[in-house]
Ligand binder design. Sequence first.
Ligand code: COA
Length: 315
Amino acid sequence: MIKIIGTGRKLPERSVSNDELAAMVDTSDEWITSRTGIKNRFVCTKESLTDLAEGAARIALEKANLSPQEIEMIICPTIAGDFSFPSLACCLAQRLNVKCPAFDINAACSGFIYGLEIAESLISKYKNILIVGADMMSRLIDWNDRASCVLFGDGAGACVVTSGGALKYIRNNADANPEMLFAKSRTGNSPFTNEESDGGFAAMQGQDVYKFAVTAVGEEINLALAKLNLSAADIDYFVLHQANSRIIDGVRTRLKQPPEKFPMNIDKYANTTAATIPILLDEMIDEEKVKTGNTLMMVGFGAGMTTGTCVMVWE
Ligand code: COA
């Protein structure tokens, strides 16, 4: 069993408004805001993803009152680190001057919840585990494609996990459908294939992703509630992956719950993929929204199509 004892977040310095994007592609603040809830995002200019991961990790360690050397495992949920190899987690371990098992996992926007389940299964052997969800979608999106470039931002969110009784439920799943949302790997220059590069840009069937998200997240929430014999009213906060405010509102309306139980920050940061949930959690803790004894349900969804759901009673 685990609990979270420290959280942190780090965004790049450069902020990009919808109006700035409207000067680059055929879009408008009105279209982006009304379709997604996004007003702004942060984009790396001089920072590496390792810089963001380190920034978030150091804040989480400080809040957990731990030195980096007390970390016994580092897990980085990410779509793509600064290198194909070594992992982002190994780059982070170097920055923190830590020697311990360090590895990345890719479950796209559900990665943070996948990371929690791995931590849960290994906590009896590794005392303190650092999980840093970090992504730099600005190097994976086609900045000429208005349908995708308006949706994403860069960022990192971290948490330190140790033994405790907070985690009451966790379930990760993949409803295998890789064509719905993807970015192809680089093709290289192998002389043994004629495969041509498509640029490796993110591509998606937006409406299908939208429908998947509203349906799957609703189903996963109901599954968790049934398993724990709870109703939606028993949950203090639903901390959902921040991809689109309309997806979150759609789930919330079906559950007949008030907006304040579904915190959002998508207006500020857009979709930071594996980082959205830990960034939002860290903000909620800083704002003193999360109190001991609160029940939080965190739900991620993303490419794969993956989902990840957990329930924690805050300690
Ligand atoms: N600005 C202006 N117009 C745009 C636009 C933009 N940024 N992006 C697309 N459009 C246009 C389309 O070209 C289309 O024009 P047409 O009717 O002339 O063909 C029109 O807007 C409607 O496009 P559509 O895709 O039907 O819009 P939508 O209402 O479904 O909203 C998304 C599009 C992407 C916002 C929505 O489908 C969505 O949020 N999907 C989920 C995406 C997501 O969250 N992905 C990550 C999951 S982890």
